[in-house]
Design a protein around this ligand. Structure first.
Ligand SMILES: *Cc1c(COP(=O)(O)O)cnc(C)c1O
Length: 384
């Protein structure tokens, strides 16, 4: 198949509107964090229906880091994370000198297993970071209910924009302390690179706002526009450089405006896959249960253990001109994280059993029906 007909695994759904929004920021002469960033934060709060504060950042990793920092995670603390995630979820725990406790996931959803969390609790547990894997929202209310009051929750919502469970839009933080979103190029809403932290806790919000820009008590735009002299600021902590520039924020505002439209297109693609890929020996992701809006960031199928194997499947799909990916190589299979799991076969049985068979098919709003059908044909051919 020729390169131009190749269906890549992921493509951002961006076009003239995003280009115009970024161009207008460039023409304005103010290109770093400023009015667009603030407007994006306000739009984001509006999107979630109010009740939270939002802090725009340059990645979800920054959002996770700042949330855990604001909560006061440090050496001697344990933070529970699922093994079925991207390394960012756990690396921020190490940045703060704390210990990640890597636990198993649910076999059906691949979301954090609440039983595994319960079993992993210790007197040193300070926080849990659940991941809404693939965009299927985890039941945070039930997680909250099983944790001691002193244990905090920071949601990794890198896949879950937009997603709803039992009337709560992910990001509202009704049962958690903070929520981290990603606007990386492959995510459901993109700014190229970017992230957002949402919280109802004004102390977390205030701390994150100071820490995102060097621990300075005034942001750059405030210094520029305020009547106080621009050179007058105070450093109150050793902060980070995590602010989102206006160029990215302008793109994010356009993307957020079509987030639900893009989601519903992905939902149709998921429905088409579910119908077309039945009966091929694949384990397909479950449809969203009642009361749940799935963001469908990923469509992860699991190959049968008796079949051709993942490497052959991925090669075969490539030959048919379809890009695939793997979400995820679980943390405990990586050199660095292995040291935090004493006996994976015993403590992470589900992840160990499922990891060799998981493959992600392309699912993005700019895919045409023909492309979706071509992916299905390719799967059928490769598996036959
Ligand atoms: C992409 C991703 C992140 C990191 O997002 P960035 O914006 O690139 O920092 C964190 N967690 C999960 C589960 C992700 O998929």
């Amino acid at each position: 198949m020729s390169q131009e007909r190749f269906i890549p695994f992921a493509l951002p759904d961006v076009g003239a509107d995003e280009a115009e929004a970024v161009a207008s920021v460039v023409r304005s002469g103010w290109v770093t964090s400023g009015p667009e960033m603030k407007a994006f934060e306000d739009d984001f709060v509006g999107f979630l229906g109010g009740g939270v504060q939002s802090i725009a950042l340059n990645s979800a990793t920054a959002a996770l880091h700042l949330a855990l920092e604001a909560i006061g995670i440090g050496p001697g603390d344990e933070v529970i994370v699922p093994t079925w995630t991207f390394t960012a979820t756990a690396e921020v725990v190490r940045h703060l000198g704390a210990r990640p406790v890597i636990v198993d996931v649910d076999a059906e959803t691949l979301n954090l297993s609440l039983d595994a969390v319960e079993a992993a609790l210790s007197p040193a547990t300070r926080a849990v970071v659940p991941v809404h894997f693939a965009g299927l929202p985890l039941d945070v209310a039930s997680l909250r209910a099983l944790l001691p009051g002193s244990v905090r929750i920071v949601e990794d919502a890198a896949h879950a924009l937009p997603a709803v469970r039992d009337g709560e839009t992910v990001g509202e933080a009704r049962f958690s302390d903070a929520v981290a979103f990603s606007f990386y190029a492959t995510k459901t809403v993109t700014t190229g690179e970017g992230g957002m932290l949402t919280t109802r806790d004004s102390e977390i919000a205030a701390r994150a706002k100071v820490m995102r820009l060097h621990g300075i008590d005034r942001d750059a735009f405030d210094r520029y526009t305020s009547t106080k002299p621009a050179w007058a600021y105070d450093v109150v902590a050793a902060g980070f450089k995590y602010n989102m520039p206006d160029t990215a924020a302008a793109m994010g505002r356009v993307q957020l405006g079509k987030a639900e439209l893009m989601r519903s297109r992905r939902e149709s693609i998921a429905a088409r896959y579910a119908a077309e890929l039945e009966g091929l020996g694949l384990t397909l992701p479950e449809a969203a249960p009642a009361g749940v809006t799935h963001s469908w960031h990923l469509f992860v199928v699991r190959l049968s253990a008796e079949g051709i194997g993942r490497d052959a499947f991925v090669d075969g799909m490539n030959r048919y001109g379809v890009g695939t990916s793997v979400h995820f190589i679980p943390l405990h299979e990586h050199t660095y994280w292995r040291r935090y799991v004493a006996d994976p076969a015993k403590t992470l049985p589900v992840a160990c059993a499922e990891a060799p068979f998981a493959v992600s098919l392309p699912i993005y709003s700019s895919m045409s029906d023909d492309q979706v059908d071509h992916v299905c044909e390719a799967v059928r051919s490769v598996l036959s």
